[in-house]
Design a protein around this ligand. Structure first.
Ligand SMILES: Cc1cc2nc3c(=O)[nH]c(=O)nc-3n(C[C@H](O)[C@H](O)[C@H](O)COP(=O)(O)OP(=O)(O)OC[C@H]3O[C@@H](n4cnc5c(N)ncnc54)[C@H](O)[C@@H]3O)c2cc1C
Length: 382
C-alpha cells in the first residue's frame, strides 16, 4: 500500500473539484509554463480563464461574485500548483486581497472589487515592503496626505508579487506619518491609467521565475477619499494583523504540497535511474532517505490539516499559524534538498522540476514574514 498523503478534510465534492483544478493545470497552465518563466509572467488571459472556471477567490461568497466555497477549495489549488512547481499565478496574494475586502471592506468596496477579483478581470497585489523596510512594517515611508477631495500618495514599494499586472493594489501607506501602527491605512488603488503610478522593474529572482514580482512607484498619485479600506484611517496595521493566520496557513499548505511533489518526483526518478547495475532506488541510502522524506511529509500533513480545520473554525491564533509557517517552510527546504541530492547532476538542471522546487522553496522562509519574525511572534505567546 503506497503512503497516503490525502488531507483529512477531503470529501467527494472536493475530489471532483480537485479533478477540475488538475485538468486546468495540466491542460492550460503547464503548456505555457516555460514561456511564462522566460517572460516572468503568465499573462492576464490565464487569470480570466481560471476565474471563468471558478478557481479564483474560491472562498468568497456568491453574493460577491465568488464561487461560495471555503478554505479547502483554496487549499486544493495551492496544493496542486505547489506539487507541480507551477507557481506562475500568485493566487494566494490575490485571495488575501479578496479577504481584506471581505473582512474589512465597506459594502460598496466589496461590491466594486470582489466580483472582478473572482472573475480574474482584476489581479490583486499587496504592497507593504519598501526598499528601506520589510520586517519592520510600521516604519513604512509611503505616505497618503489628505487633500480636500481625497489623498495624494508618494512612495515606492518593492518585491511586490503580481506587481507587474495588478489591477488592484492594496497599498500600505501612512495617513499619519507621526505615528507607527496607528498611522497606517490600507488604500485600494485601481492602477489602470492612473497618473503618477508606475511599475518599475519586474525583478530577476532566484526562483518563482514565472511570477511578476515588481517594483511599484507612486509619484503624486491622486486618489479619491473612499479608497481607505473600511473607510476609517489608521486601521491598516490591525487589518493586516487580523488576516495573518489565513496567509500563514496558505504558506504551510504550499510547503507541505511542495514536499509531497518533490517526494513523488524523486521516487519516480530513482526507480528509473540506474548505477552499479541496479536502480538508484535499491540502495539502502536511497530507501532510508525516502523513508525519512515520506515521514516528514506525513507528519507535516497532520499539522497543516489541523491548522486548516482550526482556520475554518476561526480558532487558529497568530502563534499557531506562525508555528506552521516557520516549521513547514524550514522543513520544505531540508526535504527538497535531500530529494535533489538523489537526482545527482540532473537535480541541478532547471529542466528538472526538482531544481525549480529547490529554488522556489527558498523564499518561503523569507516572505509572508521571515521565519525569524515568526519565532518572535511565537515567543510572545510563551
Ligand atoms: C519573491 C518575493 C515575493 C514577495 N512578495 C511580496 C508582496 O507581495 N508584498 C510585499 O509587501 N512584500 C513582498 N515580499 C517582501 C517580503 O515580505 C520581505 O522581503 C520580508 O518581509 C523581509 O523583509 P526584508 O526583505 O526587508 O528583510 P529585512 O526586514 O531587512 O530582514 C533582513 C534579515 O533580518 C532579520 N530580522 C529583521 N527583523 C528582525 C527581528 N526583529 N529579529 C530577528 N531578525 C530580524 C530577518 O528575519 C532577515 O533575516 C516578497 C519578497 C520576495 C523575495
Amino acid at each position: 500500500m503506497p503512503v497516503d498523503f490525502q488531507p483529512s478534510w477531503m470529501d467527494e465534492d472536493l475530489t471532483a473539484y480537485r479533478d477540475t483544478v488538475v485538468r486546468f493545470l495540466e491542460t492550460e497552465m503547464a503548456p505555457g509554463d516555460e514561456e511564462a518563466r522566460r517572460q516572468k509572467t503568465v499573462g492576464r488571459e490565464i487569470w480570466r480563464r481560471a476565474g471563468a472556471l471558478g478557481l479564483l477567490c474560491t472562498d468568497i461568497p456568491e453574493e460577491y461574485g465568488g464561487p461560495g466555497g471555503d478554505f479547502r477549495h483554496e487549499a486544493i489549488f495551492y496544493e496542486e500548483t505547489s506539487r507541480r512547481a507551477l507557481n506562475g499565478m500568485n493566487t494566494s496574494v490575490h485571495a488575501i486581497v479578496a479577504h481584506y475586502l471581505l473582512n474589512h471592506g465597506t459594502p460598496e468596496q466589496k461590491q466594486r472589487y470582489l466580483p472582478r477579483l473572482a472573475s480574474g478581470e482584476l489581479i490583486g497585489a499587496i504592497a507593504m515592503t519598501e526598499p528601506g523596510t520589510g520586517s519592520d512594517l510600521q516604519a513604512v515611508r509611503t505616505r497618503a496626505d489628505r487633500t480636500k477631495d481625497g489623498y495624494v500618495v508618494n512612495g515606492s514599494k518593492t518585491f511586490i508579487s503580481n506587481g507587474g499586472q495588478a489591477g488592484l493594489v492594496v497599498l500600505v501607506a501612512k495617513t499619519d506619518p507621526e505615528q507607527r501602527a496607528r498611522g497606517i491605512s490600507l488604500l485600494l488603488v485601481e492602477t489602470e491609467n492612473l497618473p503618477g503610478y508606475r511599475v518599475g522593474r519586474v525583478l530577476d529572482k532566484m526562483g518563482l521565475h514565472a511570477q511578476d514580482t515588481a517594483e511599484l512607484f507612486f509619484d503624486d498619485v491622486k486618489l479619491p477619499a473612499d479608497v481607505v479600506l473600511g473607510g476609517v484611517e489608521g486601521q491598516g496595521f490591525f487589518q493586516l494583523m487580523s488576516d495573518l493566520p489565513y496567509e500563514r496557513t496558505i504558506i504551510g499548505v504550499q510547503a507541505v504540497a511542495a514536499m509531497q511533489g518533490a517526494y513523488e518526483a524523486t521516487l519516480a526518478y530513482v526507480r528509473e535511474r540506474r548505477a552499479f547495475g541496479q536502480a538508484i532506488a535499491e540502495f539502502q541510502n536511497t530507501r532510508f532517505k525516502l523513508a525519512e522524506v515520506a515521514t516528514h511529509v506525513k507528519v507535516a500533513r497532520t499539522y497543516v490539516d489541523r491548522c486548516v480545520e482550526e482556520l475554518m473554525a476561526g480558532t487558529l491564533d497568530a502563534a499557531g499559524a506562525s508555528m506552521l509557517k516557520w516549521w513547514s517552510t524550514d522543513l520544505q527546504g531540508k526535504v527538497i534538498d535531500e530529494c535533489l541530492q538523489l537526482f545527482g547532476g540532473y537535480g541541478y538542471m532547471n529542466e528538472y522540476p526538482i531544481a525549480r522546487m529547490y529554488a522556489d522553496a527558498r523564499v518561503a522562509r523569507i516572505y509572508g514574514g521571515t521565519n525569524e519574525i515568526m519565532k518572535e511572534v511565537i515567543s510572545r505567546s510563551l
